[in-house]
Write a protein that binds this ligand. Sequence first.
Ligand code: BG6
Length: 474
Amino acid sequence: MSEGVSFVIFGATGHLSRTKLLPALANVITACNIPIHALIGVGSRHRSDKEFRELVRSSLIEASLGTACIDRFLGGTIAYRSVSDEAAYRELGDAIRDVESRQSLPSNRVLYLAVPPSQLDKTIGGIASGGLNQSNGWTRLVVEKPFGTDLATAERSNQLIHGGFSEDDVYRIDHYLGKETVRNLLVFRFANALFEQTWNRNHVESIEITVAESAGVGDRAGYYDESGAVRDMVQNHLTQIMTLIAMEPPVGMDAAAIRSEKVKVLKAARSIDRSDAILARYGAPLSDSGDGYLDEKGVAPRSATPTFAAIRLFIDNWRWQGVPFYLRSGKQMSKRATKIVVRYRRPPVCLFHTSGNCPGHQNVLTLNLQPDEGFELLIDVKQPANDMEIAQIPLAVSYDEVLAAAPSAYETLLADVIEGDQTLFVRSDEVEASWRLFDPLLDETDLATYPAGTDGPSDVNRLITTHPGSWSNL
Ligand code: BG6
């Protein structure tokens, strides 16, 4: 990669930028050998260029980047501009053009919007009024999740964006798509004919997708309390995993082919009935030493924001008709675990389990996405004795042991933005289809509670209508 590029990050001093974006950007600039670059941080508060440069330096140090990488990144132009009105956006446009001409940069720009949904439309309007989307090279707009807060806002933001950008230049981020283990789902399914033959309603009884977090909302309550489990995790991260698991084989590995197949899954998903969802909020832990969600700093006293969601949904197409997809995500759960559990149907005839264990076990494939990446397939074997006693044993692979370490999700995604590859980004019709699916749950205020540190409210198993009648252990 040889071209130079300018990065303009809106929300550059925020938590996401400091902890994820800036370190990933520095790594990508170094690893991709980008010869010249400029970083312009944009925010609402005033800061000097020098203060911003120091913030960048400390973010990179905190992320334990090597000195050579830090020096190289800080060796480019680093500037900061605050924006409040149209005039400030015009000045920002001038400042970018000025940096490009002084550094002889080729007018290739990444405009990265790391701003909350409430700021999105205003920022897009400012970008257009400042002419930031007009350059002699390419300009790519990257938008962080959540994209909108419901279907109506997502549609409005898409319209606004399309007023100034072609969809081919828009990169809606869902960082789960940049995770190596999530990308691996396509390889697992479509490079191994073994699984794909059985990946359908004839062989699969149910599919469970869990993204459980042991942490609470930490210092992000301001954002989270306006968002909650469905907007923050289900509409994006879990839905992305579900579409990759459920989609048909694409005709090729290009962005258009893959993204079109994902949209088809969402279009085939049946509307979710309220009785198919359990929304809940964590209370104090059982030990009683700790806070419940309503006691967290920054949470509104009468907040009705769910920190947990469990949903049963169906995809009404030929492949998945009748197979329940169980989705579960929560904060302050007993463990951090992201995994997919595929339960196969049991054998049609019970030949071996003659002693009260009929109709026998089922093969269970577990894809562990984090933290212990790998997969496990439970299969039946004969116990070593004269009787036909059957045991289930795991065939397990830990990626750590067999594969090299992967780049972070943000590094992968930033490198793709620079390359112009949209495969791992969410298309406008896709983001709208997923909001359409979950819209009925967004205003729900009737919440169950669960003690922090546990796996959800007491009646969470009522959603599981297939064997074994309960969610898998984390
Ligand atoms: C973010 C959510 O998108 O993903 C957070 O806003 C959540 O609330 C995070 O904690 C989880 O990401 P990861 O990569 O730690 O699984």
